[in-house]
Design a protein around this ligand. Sequence first.
Ligand code: SF4
Ligand code: SF4
Ligand code: SF4
Length: 307
Amino acid sequence: MNRRTFLKCAATGGAAAAASFSAEARASRSVPQDPYGCLVDLTRCVGCRKCEQACATVNNLPAPSTPFDDPLVFDVRRRPTPEAFTVVNRYHTGRVDERNRLVPTYIKVQCMHCQDPGCVSACIVGALTKKDNGAVHYDESKCIGCRYCMVACPFQIPKYEYSDPLTPRVRKCTFCFERISRDGGTPGCAAACPVEAITFGKRTVLLELAKKRIRENPADYIPYIYGETEVGGTSWLYISAEPFEKLGFLKLPSRPIPQTAESIQHGIFKYFWAPLTLYGLLGAVMFRVHKKGKTDGTGSEHKGENQ
Ligand code: SF4
Ligand code: SF4
Ligand code: SF4
């Protein structure tokens, strides 16, 4: 190998690495065209927690520390855990009824099953994938426990089984993947809701339904569908009587998280050229010095010192 060949190899290798990384990042995303989703109508939810109970049954989760029929659970705001993929929280925003009594709003929280999910993009081994039916699916056999998905999720949903020292898994709502993969299958929570606060169906149909409800009942809803555009859109959608920011919903950009991450990644690769070229030059210098040493005998001198 001469100096010219060495430099050529270094440059070609760097370009190939950069291209393959960015191609991999893009390949990790495939936004389904007609996924399923769930529309949660917060004006209907009565906080009965039947959805939590159904989720626990469907996913073989342990019984909660506070029983499903104990309203004291609402004294504390909860987040999904490895043992509870969905939780319902209560909010008081100052809304009152005709008798001046405070009206609570109950909000079911779970993985949003983003259209272009940050967790999927961040998973370097493909343990998380966005399926055509809308579910963001977790394959525990591929997971290496890096927990990048937890960092990448804008909704802070994935949780890790720290309590399991041997086979810890990332845990989150599965969108009842196996159930909805069957014809006519419905997520456990949606099937259990006694007041039809959760409607399961094609996302496009749900968006039409949400717009229709808002249009026909302008006094009952704010004119906004949460999840229609947030981080590129989500399979779970919400409509509400009150502004979402009052209810703890995050204000998020419409740009998908992976696109932002890739811009940064591509920027790094762009500026990675400088160190790559430097490494190439350093390699060429070392190669030349080594070759020169062999020719004039200095190489064997160094070898002797090290022995
Ligand atoms: S909410 Fe978080 S965990 Fe769920 S799909 Fe989106 S990025 Fe992934
Ligand atoms: S879709 Fe399934 S896993 Fe997700 S919250 Fe509902 S019942 Fe639980
Ligand atoms: S089952 Fe329905 S009404 Fe009951 S808490 Fe869940 S979403 Fe609300």
